[in-house]
Write a protein that binds this ligand. Structure first.
Ligand SMILES: Nc1ncnc2c1ncn2[C@@H]1O[C@H](COP(=O)(O)OP(=O)(O)OP(=O)(O)O)[C@@H](O)[C@H]1O
Length: 286
C-alpha cells in the first residue's frame, strides 16, 4: 500500500493563479489512488502558502520552502517531529514572522507578511498553543475583544455574543468570572468562541488539547471538527496527538526539517495508524 506521495512527486505551484473558480483534476482509473492536487483559485477562504522560507534569526531558516493549503469545510493537519517548524509555520502564516521567500494567499489575495493585527479583519484566526486570554478580565470582556477591530454596533455585538453562548453553553454560565479561573478546556472554548465573533474563514490551530484531560480533549476535537463541518471554516491544525488529530483530519502534511516530507488525503492511508505514524516520523528519506 503506497497511497502516500512524497513531496518530490507533487507538482509545484508554478502556474499563475487561474481566473476561474477552484477545480480539481478529474479522477479516472489511473489517478483514482492518487491524492487530488487542487489548483490555485479565487475560492474565498482557501488559504495556501507556497515555498515559504522563514526563521527567527537572519542566518537560520526554520521553514525551508514549505507549501500547505487549508480548504473551506476541511481540516488539514500538519504533523512531524518536535522542533521541525510546525508552530513556526502557523506564526509565519499569521504574520508574527515575515517570510524571507514564498507567499501566502487567501483566495487570490496575497497576504504575505500582513501583520497579525490585520489578520482577523482579513478572515484568519489563530489559536496559539499557549493560553491567549486575559486571565483577570471576565469571560465576557475576553469574548468582546474578538470583535474590537470591527467597532461593532451594540446590537451586533449582543447578537454575536448570544450566538457564541448558544454554541458554548458552559461559558454562558461563567461569563462574569475572571477567565483565568476557568479550567484549561473551558478557556480553550472561550478562545474559540472569541474568534467566532469575528466570523473568520480560516482557523490556524496549534495543539488545541495540549495540557487538557482526555474527556475535555474529546470535546475540543468535536468543536474543531464542527468549525469545518458545520461552519465551513478552513482549518489548519498542528497537533502532537497524532492519533486523535487524524481521526478528524481530511488531509495530512508530514513536515520534516522545515519542509513537507509527504502529504495526502487521510482516507487513502488506511486504518493502521501506528504503522502510518512510524512511517511518517521515523522514515529517514524517500
Ligand atoms: N522565538 C523563537 N526564537 C528562536 N528560535 C525559535 C523560537 N521559537 C522556536 N524556535 C526554534 O524553531 C525551531 C522550530 O520550532 P517550532 O516550535 O516551530 O517546532 P514544532 O515543530 O512546532 O515543535 P513542537 O512539536 O515541539 O512544538 C526549533 O528549533 C525552535 O527551537
Amino acid at each position: 500500500m503506497a497511497p502516500f506521495r512524497t513531496c518530490s512527486a507533487i507538482p509545484k505551484w508554478s502556474a499563475p493563479i487561474p481566473a476561474r473558480a477552484w477545480e480539481a483534476p478529474e479522477m479516472n482509473s489511473a489517478t483514482a489512488s492518487v491524492p487530488v492536487e487542487p489548483r490555485w483559485s479565487d475560492m474565498p477562504g482557501l488559504l495556501a502558502c507556497e515555498d515559504l522560507v522563514a526563521g527567527y534569526t537572519g542566518d537560520i531558516d526554520i521553514l525551508r520552502g514549505l507549501s500547505v493549503k487549508a480548504w473551506p469545510g476541511r481540516i488539514s493537519c500538519v504533523v512531524g517531529p518536535n522542533g521541525t517548524g510546525k508552530s513556526t509555520l502557523l506564526k509565519s502564516l499569521f504574520g508574527f514572522l515575515r517570510p524571507s521567500a514564498g507567499r501566502v494567499l487567501l483566495g487570490t489575495r496575497d497576504i504575505t507578511g500582513s501583520p497579525p493585527f490585520r489578520m482577523l479583519g482579513l478572515g484568519v484566526a489563530y489559536l496559539p498553543q499557549r493560553p491567549s486570554l486575559f486571565p483577570h478580565l471576565s469571560v465576557e470582556a475576553n469574548l468582546k475583544l474578538g470583535l474590537w477591530h470591527a467597532r461593532p454596533r451594540k446590537q451586533v455585538l449582543a447578537e454575536r455574543l448570544d450566538s457564541a453562548y448558544q454554541r458554548f453553553p458552559v461559558i454562558r454560565e461563567k461569563r462574569s468570572q475572571p477567565a483565568g479561573q476557568l479550567s484549561g478546556g473551558q478557556q480553550r472554548q472561550v478562545e474559540i468562541a472569541r474568534s467566532l465573533l469575528a466570523d473568520p474563514s480560516v482557523y490556524l490551530i496549534d495543539e488545541p488539547t495540549a495540557g487538557v484531560d482526555p474527556q475535555t480533549s474529546e470535546t475540543i476535537y468535536d468543536i474543531v471538527q464542527g468549525l469545518a463541518r458545520d461552519l465551513s471554516k478552513a482549518v489548519l491544525l498542528v497537533d502532537q496527538d497524532i492519533r486523535a488529530a487524524l481521526a478528524i483530519t481530511d488531509y495530512v502534511y508530514v513536515v520534516k526539517n522545515g519542509t513537507v516530507f509527504s502529504e495526502g488525503e487521510r482516507d487513502d492511508f488506511g486504518t493502521d495508524t501506528d504503522a502510518l505514524v512510524a512511517r511518517w516520523l521515523y522514515a529517514s528519506g524517500e
